[in-house]
Design a protein around this ligand. Structure first.
Ligand SMILES: [Zn+2]
Length: 487
């Protein structure tokens, strides 16, 4: 049985002014045809899971187009149309197929479409017709819409944050499609939403209310007649009609049953909404706490500039505070192509004075002037190892390590979340021997940094991924919505 593989995956932070264009997908990962499967083979990714399960189930995969870009602002209309257009052309050129496997995110927004994923699914459905099953994987941060649930037959979301189960969910999704194609099951998909956006710092699945919610979903999956149950936490930084926590339940031939299960799980989330609130100290208090710690490394989490949530990665609030206190043994990374070029022009071992960070927009602090010695110039390429993104090669662009007194400043051409220890090790920086490491993240860094951190301090820095979403103005999100509307 021939099955299409493809997708367009983006987490769009609608508060950013800058749009995400075609070059961001080229720079991220855009693969076509046979190269699509080769690129992701053996990694911890959905596609690797699709391929492994296809081999077991006897599905013949027809790779088309898979485009992924680093989380950022809304996708530009021309980029979206070009990518979806190519995806549809390639699906059409494949001829008759039994099914479709898509790798989506669930929080894709474009200039024109608030629900970009729903639009992708709608167009693929229109092309393949009502009788070809469409199955897709979604990120845990999907803001799932009724349109998505309507157009797809099978939707499977990650169960983890940090996201470490991509390959597993890819396998689950492909297995469900294979069983459907063999006529063993008739998937009935239901979506339930709660008018609630969990604080990003309460979205971790290892403990707390989200762990309970995932446990409820797993218990429901084991009930007779249920095929799959996914909780989607929602992506808070998207002012869209489909914003919010959701549950997707897939039952065998019984939509009412699927709906009842999904509703039961979102009802629990709503009843326990106050457990999804979080507080964090501001930069001054957090840096004082970090420097007072008897042991390192202390991980300072710059939540307001969470690169994995779309921000520029050039926020300077924590850098400024660490420099003001003459912190020793601190590591900070900023994306700043201009400063990289200046440091490279100066050359290794030269002393430079640079204005760094705070250049993309006015939300992440002003540029900070630093004086330091250019210690290293590198290509910025490394291969991830460990539970998250294992095997995937990431590229930060040209990268400079600047020694500014006791502070090590890493400047990169491209923003790259600190998801893996190999990122620092590739630059000759051993993370376990640092006193303080600033990570521009919320939860995802924990997969790499929890095992080595002496302490972890989440900081309520200003920015476009701040933990308290009451900082932002929402115009499209459904109201009332907790915590924007108290109660
Ligand atoms: Zn996510």
């Amino acid at each position: 049985m021939r099955v299409i593989v493809g997708g367009i995956s983006h987490e769009s932070n609608t508060f950013l002014e800058r749009l995400t264009g075609r070059e961001a997908f080229a720079q991220g990962s855009t693969t076509r045809g046979a190269a699509l499967l080769e690129a992701w083979q053996g990694t911890n990714s959905e596609v690797a899971g699709f391929a492994e399960e296809a081999a077991v189930q006897g599905l013949e995969l027809v790779p088309t187009l898979l485009a992924w870009a680093m989380p950022a602002g809304r996708v530009a209309d021309d980029a979206f149309e070009a990518l979806v257009g190519e995806l549809l052309e390639r699906i059409a050129a494949a001829g008759p197929v039994a099914g479709v496997l898509l790798c989506l995110h669930g929080a894709l927004a474009t200039e024109r479409y608030q629900d970009g994923d729903g639009e992708v699914l709608r167009r693929v459905r229109a092309l393949v017709g009502p009788s070809v099953p469409i199955a897709a994987t979604l990120d845990f941060h999907a803001d799932v819409s009724p349109l998505m649930a309507e157009q797809a037959d099978i939707l499977v979301g990650y169960d983890t944050y940090p996201h470490v189960d991509l390959r597993e969910r890819g396998r689950e999704c492909a297995a469900l499609l294979a069983r459907t194609l063999r006529g063993e099951v008739r998937p009935a998909l239901a979506l339930s939403k709660a008018p609630l956006v969990p604080n990003i710092l309460r979205q971790a699945t290892e403990a707390g209310p989200m762990a309970t919610l995932i446990a409820l979903a797993h218990a429901a999956e084991a009930e007779p007649g249920l095929l799959s149950v996914s909780v989607t936490a929602g992506f808070p930084y998207a002012d869209v009609e489909c914003l919010g926590l959701g549950c997707l339940a897939l039952a065998d031939g019984d939509h009412a049953r699927a709906q009842a299960v999904a509703d039961r799980i979102t009802a629990w989330a709503w009843e326990n909404r106050h457990a999804f609130a979080a507080d964090a100290p501001g930069p001054t208090e957090a840096v004082a706490q970090a420097l007072a710690s008897p042991r390192g490394p202390v991980v300072l989490v710059d939540v307001g500039d969470n690169v994995g949530g779309g921000t520029p990665g050039d926020g300077t609030f924590l850098l400024a505070e660490l420099l003001a206190r003459e912190a020793q043994g601190a590591v900070v990374m900023l994306a700043d192509p201009e400063a990289v070029a200046q440091a490279i022009a100066a050359g290794v071992r030269s002393e430079v004075t640079l204005a760094v960070g705070g250049k993309v927009d006015a939300h992440h602090g002003p540029p900070v002037t630093v004086r330091g010695r250019v210690r290293l110039i590198a290509d910025g390429v490394y291969q991830n190892r460990g539970p998250m993104r294992d095997g995937i090669v990431d590229d930060m662009g040209r990268t400079v390590v600047l020694q500014c007194g006791g502070l090590t400043l890493i400047l990169t051409e491209r923003k790259m979340p600190m998801w893996n220890l190999e990122q620092l090790r590739a630059l000759g920086i051993e993370p376990t021997r640092q006193r303080v490491i600033v990570v521009k993240a919320a939860i995802a860094h924990r997969a790499a940094y929890s095992p080595i951190a002496a302490a972890m301090i989440e900081v309520d820095t200003p920015g476009l991924t701040a933990p308290d979403i009451r900082r932002y103005h929402y115009h499209h999100a459904p109201r009332p919505l907790w915590p924007l509307d108290p109660g």
